[in-house]
Design a protein around this ligand. Structure first.
Ligand code: C2O
Ligand code: CU
Length: 473
């Protein structure tokens, strides 16, 4: 799990990250048309993940680049995107975190037929919520996401937020060989029953980054997206005090994270406001110290020599306008418990449920005793049936020895409690990170009808059993 290429190139003066500013996907619709239209091609490509002198990496990606192009559309405005599959295998696109009609959710066999090689599929929806979302495949997820298919989906507020710059960092983790190629061995069973496929190289917007240029005095809205298969991050900004203003796209009460650490499990997003209070000409590291003894620096905030753009931090409010989410009614909410089970513990035994064979072939994990494997498919019995418009309170109990970022499709939920203590800052999420043995309470109003997936976003865990379906009738 050490970072091979970071240690190989660290502290050299050439700048790799600066070349990797994310490109935005331009709408293809003529100006004045009311639906924003885009085209997105999924195909193999070569991309300079590590940079010279290492060769380019063979990847699978969107729009010929890593990450896929930023898609920016406005809240409440219809959006249409044609996805063309130029891979050698079926794919789909899932619009992670967006509240949308079931048929647009991108789960093969469940919400749509898979997009076959050479074919297209048109996604069309009107995003109700502004915020930081992302898109990724929901077919052969381990390889398609693990080989690079992911991009940012930014839903812009109706009124612009007062910041000097709005920046997206798509963070991704790769297991690369010494030739800078993606290592084989996807779906290793032992790994799947533990942390999942954690890699050895972390990129920021598709490259190893030494420096991200900033100016003294500016206020930056930084949108962090963890697009990794399995790597969990805990980011600290040396010399800075980021203020969290949104989690998984949904605004929260602005707050500084505990001990300055921003936790980002796979699929999670955090928007922070950063007032650049450092000194012109200096560099400040952004450190990820989630794994004990394996901390590394992701990049550095590299200040221009220019004098501060303003003497005092910007006066504008930090809080973002709230989205039109239905507030769950806790007095009438129906309660359900989800027990997360399985995985290795010390000594190689599986936890819970009396061992491996009861979990079925290829399964290492389960929810309430049932393992659903793969990427989603038709004909699975839902774990719970919900009534549209009703409030639900789910208690998720992590009975395992591992961390799980649990994601519910098509909904955002209030994060109410952790181990019985209430969670401050009125937080919503679509992916909630559960440390080992922790219990988390979330509540939401059942929204659009459909069979919505609920799964761990450590992709190995998802495909080996930690997945289920909540049906909204
Ligand atoms: Cu990003 Cu099934 O999810
Ligand atoms: Cu998991």
């Amino acid at each position: 799990m050490s970072l091979v290429f970071r240690s190989a190139i660290s502290r050299r003066s050439f700048v790799i990250g600066a070349a990797a500013t994310a490109a935005a996907l331009p709408p293809t619709a003529p100006a004045g048309s009311s639906t924003a239209e885009f085209r997105l091609v999924a195909a193999p490509a070569r991309w300079p993940l590590v940079g010279a002198p290492h060769p380019d990496t063979n990847v699978w990606c969107y729009g010929g680049r890593i990450p896929g192009p930023d898609i920016r559309v406005r809240q409440g405005e219809p959006f249409r995107i044609v996805v063309e599959n130029k891979l050698q295998q079926d794919t789909t696109v899932h619009w992670h975190g967006i509240r949308l009609p079931f048929a647009m959710d991108g789960v093969p066999g469940l919400t749509q037929p898979p997009i076959k090689p050479g074919e297209n599929f048109t996604y069309e929806f009107t995003p109700p919520d502004a915020g930081t979302f992302w898109y990724h495949p929901h077919a052969n997820s381990l390889q398609q996401l693990g080989r690079g298919m992911a991009g940012a989906l930014i839903i812009e507020e109706r009124e612009a937020v007062a910041v000097d710059r709005d920046i997206v960092w798509v963070l991704a983790d790769w297991r690369l060989t010494s030739e800078a190629q993606i290592g084989s061995g996807f779906g290793n069973g032992m790994e799947a029953a533990m942390s999942g496929r954690v890699g050895n190289t972390v990129t920021l917007n598709g490259a190893i980054s030494n420096d991200e240029r900033v100016r003294a005095g500016e206020r930056v809205r930084l949108r962090l997206i963890n697009a990794s298969l399995a790597r969990i991050m805990a980011l600290r900004f040396e010399g800075h005090r980021p203020v969290v203003v949104a989690i998984d796209g949904q605004p929260c009460d602005p707050h500084e994270p505990e001990r300055g650490r921003l936790f980002l499990g796979p699929a999670m997003r955090v928007d922070v406001m950063l007032d650049m209070q450092g000194e012109p000409g200096r560099r400040y590291r952004v450190v990820d110290d989630f794994y004990d003894g394996l901390s590394y620096w992701l990049t550095q905030l590299a200040y221009d020599e220019t004098p501060p753009v303003r003497a005092h931090p910007l006066d504008a409010a930090l809080s973002l306008p709230r989205n039109p989410l239905p507030e769950p009614d806790l007095t009438t909410a129906e309660r359900h418990e989800l027990r997360l089970q399985g995985g290795m513990m010390g000594g190689g035994a599986m936890m819970g449920m009396g061992g491996m064979q009861r979990m079925g072939h290829g399964a290492s994990w389960a929810i309430n005793g049932t393992s659903m494997t793969g990427d989603g498919h038709a004909g699975i019995a839902p774990l719970i049936t919900l009534q549209q418009g009703r409030s639900y309170l789910l208690t998720m109990r992590n009975e395992t020895a591992w961390w799980h970022p649990m994601h519910l499709h098509g909904h955002s939920f209030r994060v109410l409690s952790r181990n019985g203590l209430s969670v401050p800052h009125r937080q919503w999420a679509d992916t909630v990170l559960l440390p080992p043995k922790e219990t988390v309470g979330v509540a939401f109003v059942a929204d659009n009808p459909g069979d919505w997936m609920l799964h761990c976003h450590v992709t190995d865990h998802q495909v080996s059993g930690m997945m289920t379906i909540l049906r909204v009738a």
